[in-house]
Design a protein around this ligand. Structure first.
Ligand code: GDP
Ligand code: IMO
Ligand code: MG
Length: 428
C-alpha cells in the first residue's frame, strides 16, 4: 500500500504542481482533494509550460488515472475550458474522473466573492475572486449544488431556482447589483453537464479500490498549511482544508490508508493576498527573490510577497499534518545571495515564541529571530544528484532538516521536470 499525501507547507505556491508531475511518473493515480480554481499549479516539461487550476498535475501521463475528489469545488465552465486547453496541447483527459459529490461554483458565488471583498475595504482578504469561499459557505449551509445534481435536469433546475431566489435578493438588496437570469444560467450549466457527464463517478470507490490493489496513489494538495480554514492565519485563509486531514475527507479515504505525508516548502517564503507575514522582505532582497523566482501568481498574476525561510512555520506544518518529510523547492533562486537568513523563532514583547501563534494580533507583533548562513553563490540549476550540490547548499538543507525535525526528501533546483534531486526515495 502506497498512498502519499503531498501538501503545501507554507502559504501556497510552493511548487506542488511541479513535484506532483515529477512523482506522477511513478504513480498510478493522482487525486486533487480540496480547493478550486483559486489554485494555480505550474508544470514545466522541456520547453512547454502547463498551468492547471482544477485538473490534477498527473494529467500529462496518459497512463496515470487522475481524479477530482469530492472535496474540490468545481466551476464547470473553468473545467470545460481547462479540458479544451489540454486537448489543444495534445493532452488527452480520457484518464480523468470527477466526483459526483463535488460541489459546484456558481456564477453568484463568484459575484458574491467580488462584492464581499469590495465591502471589506481595507480589511479585504485578497481572495482570488473565483467564488471559492462562497461555494464552500453554501456547502456548509447545505444549500450547495453537487455534480450529481447537475446531471439531472429536473433536480438542477429546482436547486438553481431556489438558490437564485435567495442570491439575487442578496445581490440586489445588500450589494445593489443585478442578479442572474434563471434560463441563462440553466442552459449554460446544462451544456457543461453534457460535456462532463461521462467523467462523473463515485471517485472514493475508485481511490479505495486502487489503494486496496496495492497501486500507488498520490494526493495533490492545493493552497498551503497557513491558508487552512482551521490551522491557517484566519481570516486570511482559504475556505478549505489544505492540511493532510483534508485529503481523507476530500477524497473519501480513511486515515489508516495513508502511508506517508510530505510537505512541499520553498527555500524561502511567499504569500499572495493580505495577512501577517513575519519574515517578509520589503526591500531589495524581497525584490531580488521575486524577480529570480518569478514570484507572480499563476492564477491572478499578482506579485507574491517574498521573505526569508521560516522554521517556525515549517515546524507548525510538520505538527498539524504529521509530515514525514519535506520537499524543498526553488533552492536555485537563492544562488546569488551572499548571506541567507532562516527564522528560528519569534520575539514577542521581550520573550521568545517557538511555536506559531494563533492570534493574528500576536503574530503581527512577532519579530523574527534569525540565524545567518553563508550563501553558495554559484549556479545549482544543473545539479541532478545530491552530491553535486555545493557544501554550503547542503548545509542550508541540513539546517532546515534540524530545525523542522524531519528529513528533506527531494530538492528542486529549477522549474523543469528533471531539475529535481532525490535525497530519499518517495515511493518504496
Ligand atoms: P503550486 O501552486 O504549489 O503548484 O506552485 P505554482 O506553480 O503556483 O508556483 C511555483 C512556481 O515556481 C512555478 O512557476 C514553477 O514552475 C516554479 N518552480 C517550481 N519549482 C521550482 C524550482 O525548484 N526552481 C525554480 N526556479 N522554479 C520552480
Ligand atoms: P495554490 O494551490 C497561494 C490565497 C489568496 C487569498 C486567500 C483566500 O496555487 O498554492 P480564496 O480565493 O481561496 O478565497 O483566497 O488564499 N490563495 C492562494 N495563495 N496559492 C494558492 O493556491 C492560493 N489559493 C488561494 O491569495 O490570500
Ligand atoms: Mg500556485
Amino acid at each position: 500500500m502506497t498512498a502519499v499525501v503531498l501538501i503545501g507547507a507554507q502559504w501556497g505556491d510552493e511548487g506542488k504542481g511541479k513535484i506532483t508531475d515529477y512523482l506522477a511518473q511513478q504513480a498510478d493515480v493522482v487525486v486533487r482533494y480540496q480547493g478550486g480554481n483559486n489554485a494555480g499549479h505550474t508544470v514545466v516539461v522541456e520547453k512547454r509550460t502547463f498551468k492547471l487550476h482544477l485538473i490534477p498535475s498527473g494529467i500529462l501521463y496518459p497512463g496515470t488515472q487522475c481524479i477530482i475528489g469530492n472535496g474540490v469545488v468545481i466551476d464547470p465552465g473553468v473545467l470545460v475550458k481547462e479540458l479544451e486547453y489540454l486537448r489543444q496541447q495534445g493532452i488527452s483527459s480520457n484518464n480523468l474522473s470527477i466526483s459526483d459529490c463535488a460541489h459546484l461554483v456558481m456564477p453568484y458565488h463568484q459575484k458574491l466573492d467580488e462584492m464581499q471583498e469590495n465591502q471589506r475595504g481595507a480589511n479585504k482578504i485578497g481572495t482570488t475572486k473565483r467564488g471559492v469561499g462562497p461555494a464552500y459557505a453554501d456547502k456548509a449551509a447545505r444549500t450547495g449544488i453537487r455534480m450529481a445534481d447537475l446531471l439531472d435536469r429536473e433536480i438542477f433546475s429546482q436547486l438553481l431556482a431556489r438558490n437564485l431566489e435567495e442570491k439575487n435578493h442578496l445581490l440586489a438588496q445588500v450589494y445593489g447589483v443585478e442578479g442572474f437570469v434563471f434560463e441563462e444560467v440553466l442552459e449554460r450549466y446544462l451544456s457543461y453537464a453534457e460535456k462532463l457527464r461521462s467523467l462523473v463517478t463515485d471517485t472514493s470507490l475508485a481511490i479505495n479500490q486502487a489503494i486496496n490493489e496495492g497501486k500507488r496513489v498520490l494526493f495533490e494538495g492545493a493552497q498551503g498549511t497557513l491558508l487552512d480554514l482551521d490551522h491557517g492565519t484566519y481570516p486570511y485563509v482559504t475556505s478549505s482544508y489544505p492540511t493532510a486531514g483534508g485529503a481523507c475527507i476530500g477524497a473519501g479515504v480513511g486515515p489508516t490508508k495513508i502511508s506517508s505525508v510530505l510537505g512541499v516548502a520553498k527555500a524561502y517564503v511567499t504569500r499572495v493576498g493580505e495577512g501577517p507575514f513575519p519574515t517578509e522582505l520589503t526591500g531589495w532582497e524581497g525584490e531580488h527573490i521575486r524577480q529570480r523566482g518569478f514570484e507572480f501568481g499563476t492564477t491572478t498574476g499578482r506579485p507574491r510577497r517574498c521573505g526569508w525561510q521560516d522554521a517556525v512555520i515549517l515546524r507548525y506544518a510538520v505538527r498539524v499534518s504529521g509530515l514525514d518529510g519535506l520537499i524543498l523547492t526553488k533552492l536555485d533562486v537563492l544562488d546569488q545571495m551572499e548571506t541567507l537568513r532562516i527564522c528560528t523563532g519569534y520575539r514577542y514583547r521581550g520573550s521568545m515564541l517557538n511555536e506559531f501563534p494563533h492570534s493574528l494580533q500576536v503574530l503581527a507583533q512577532c519579530e523574527p529571530v534569525y540565524e545567518e548562513m553563508p550563501g553558495w553563490q554559484q549556479d545549482i540549476s544543473e545539479a541532478r544528484e545530491y552530491g553535486e550540490l555545493p557544501v554550503k547548499a547542503k548545509d542550508y538543507i541540513i539546517r532546515m532538516e534540524e530545525l523542522a525535525g524531519v528529513p528533506v526528501k527531494l530538492v528542486a533546483v529549477g522549474p523543469g521536470r528533471h531539475q529535481t534531486i532525490i535525497k530519499e526515495p518517495i515511493f518504496s
